[in-house]
Design a protein around this ligand. Structure first.
Ligand SMILES: *Cc1c(COP(=O)(O)O)cnc(C)c1O
Length: 386
C-alpha cells in the first residue's frame, strides 16, 4: 500500500525514518548501540532528565494516577493541572493561563476560535506547521507574508483596511531558523491597523528574556501583548502547552476551544513535571547563562569554519546545506563520528533549503562542543560545504 508514494519520496531523498534512542534526552545518549553526543533536542535547559522534575511526575502519578480519566470539563480538574496554570500565570505575568495537551493542539484549537468568518489571518511564511493548520481550520481568509518582512505585512494590512478583524500569526523564535520575529514592529503594525497578534513562543519559553519568560520579555513588551502561546515540551522539559492572557480570554477559550474541550486532560505527571520545571527555571538562572555560553562557543566555532548558518540568534543554529541528499549524507557522516544532529528537509523547510539543525543545551560541556566542532569540520569538508 502506498508503495508508489513512498518510492517517490525516496527518489527525492525525503523518506523519514525513526531513529531509535535508548536513553532519555541528554548531552550523551545511546543510539545505534553507541554513545552519541546529541545536538538535536529542544530540552534546552536539561530539565526533562532533572531529578526534581522526574520526582514531581512520579509523585503526581502515585497520587492522581497514570491518566486523567477524562477531559477536565467532564470528570473534574485535578490539582496538578490547576497548580500548573497558577505557576504559568505567575511565570508569564498574566492574569490567567489555559493548558493544552500539546502545542499542536493549542494552535489548532485556539486560532479558529480567535478569528471567524469575515476576518483575515496574516501569517509569516516560516510559521510552524501547527500554526498553519490552525489558520487553515479557521473560516477567516488566510494569507502569508514573507518571512519577517514587515513591509510586506504592512502592504497586506493596508489592502484590507475594511476587514472586521485581523489576526497576525508568528513564531516568536523560529523553530527551523533560530531567528526572532521582529515583535516590536509587529506590535506597532498590529496597533496601527487594529489587528491582534498571536505569538507562538514554543522555543522562546524558558530561553529568551532576562527571566526566561520568552521572546515577549526579550523585547520588553510584557505589558503590551495580551495573548501568548508557548509549549511545555521544549525548555520546560515535559509536554503540553499554554495560552497566557487576560482571564476573560482564558474563560472564552475554556468555553470554545475544541482541542481543549474534546480531549482527555494530559496525564497528571506531565502537568506536575512542568510545574517543577518552571520553579527550577525561576530559581536557577545559571542554567540559562550556561545555555547562552554554550551557544556562543558552538556558533562562533561553526562560523569561523566558514559554514553558512541561518541568521540564528538562539540555541537553534541550522547549517544551511541546500539539497536534501547532501543534508542526509552530512548527517550520516556526523553520526559515524558520534554526533547526532538531524537533516531537516522539505516540507519541514522550504524547497532547496535543507539543513542540519544543530541545537545546544545548558548541559553540554565545552569538551562536548569541541568534539562536535571537530566532527562538523570533517563532515563539512567531505560534503564540500567548507
Ligand atoms: C514544537 C512546536 C510546536 C508544537 O508543540 P508540541 O507541544 O510539540 O506539539 C508548535 N509551535 C512551534 C513553533 C514549535 O516549535
Amino acid at each position: 500500500m502506498f508503495n508508489k508514494q513512498l518510492d517517490e519520496l525516496a527518489a527525492r531523498h525525503l523518506t523519514r525514518r525513526l531513529t531509535p534512542l535508548h536513553s532519555g534526552v541528554g548531552p550523551i545518549v545511546e543510539m545505534a548501540g553507541r554513545q552519541i553526543l546529541l545536538f538535536a533536542s529542544n530540552d534546552y535547559l536539561g530539565l526533562a532528565m532533572h531529578p526534581e522534575v522526574i520526582q514531581a511526575a512520579v509523585g503526581a502519578t502515585q497520587r492522581f494516577g497514570a491518566g486523567a480519566g477524562a477531559a477536565r470539563l467532564v470528570s473534574g480538574s485535578l490539582p496538578p493541572h490547576q497548580e500548573l496554570e497558577v505557576a504559568l500565570a505567575q511565570f508569564k505575568g498574566t492574569e490567567a493561563t489555559l493548558t493544552y495537551g500539546s502545542g499542536y493542539l493549542a494552535n489548532i484549537g485556539t486560532i479558529p476560535t480567535l478569528i471567524e468568518r469575515g476576518g483575515l489571518i496574516l501569517a509569516d511564511r516560516l510559521c510552524h506547521a501547527s500554526l498553519i493548520d490552525g489558520c487553515r481550520l479557521s473560516a477567516a481568509d488566510f494569507r502569508i507574508y514573507r518571512h519577517n518582512d514587515t513591509e510586506h505585512l504592512r502592504t497586506l494590512l493596508a489592502a484590507r483596511r475594511q476587514t472586521r478583524r485581523i489576526l497576525i500569526v508568528t513564531d516568536g523564535l523560529f523553530s527551523m531558523d533560530g531567528d526572532l520575529a521582529p515583535l516590536p514592529e509587529l506590535n506597532r503594525l498590529a496597533q496601527e491597523y487594529e489587528a491582534d497578534l498571536y505569538i507562538d513562543d514554543a522555543h522562546g519559553t524558558g530561553v529568551m528574556g532576562p527571566h526566561g519568560r520568552g521572546t515577549v520579555e526579550h523585547f520588553g513588551l510584557d505589558t503590551q501583548i495580551p495573548l501568548q502561546m508557548g509549549t511545555l515540551g521544549k525548555a520546560i522539559g515535559s509536554s503540553g502547552a499554554y495560552i497566557a492572557g487576560p482571564s476573560t480570554l482564558i474563560q472564552y477559550l475554556l468555553n470554545t476551544s475544541r482541542s481543549f474541550i474534546f480531549t482527555t486532560a494530559p496525564p497528571p505527571s506531565s502537568a506536575a513535571a512542568a510545574t517543577a520545571a518552571i520553579r527550577i527555571i525561576q530559581r536557577e538562572p545559571e542554567r540559562r547563562a550556561r545555555l547562552w555560553a554554550n551557544r556562543t562557543r558552538l556558533f562562533t566555532g561553526l562560523t569561523q569554519m566558514g559554514f553558512s548558518l541561518s541568521p540564528s540568534v538562539s540555541p537553534i543554529m541550522p547549517i544551511l546545506v541546500g539539497n536534501a541528499e547532501t543534508a542526509l549524507s552530512f548527517a550520516e557522516h556526523l553520526l559515524a563520528e558520534g554526533i547526532y544532529a538531524p537533516a531537516i528537509r522539505p516540507p519541514t523547510v522550504p524547497d532547496a533549503t535543507s539543513r542540519i539543525r544543530v541545537t545546544v543545551t545548558s548541559e553540554h560541556t565545552a569538551s562536548h562542543i569541541d568534539q562536535a566542532l571537530a566532527a562538523f569540520q570533517r563532515a563539512g569538508q567531505s560534503a564540500g560545504l567548507i
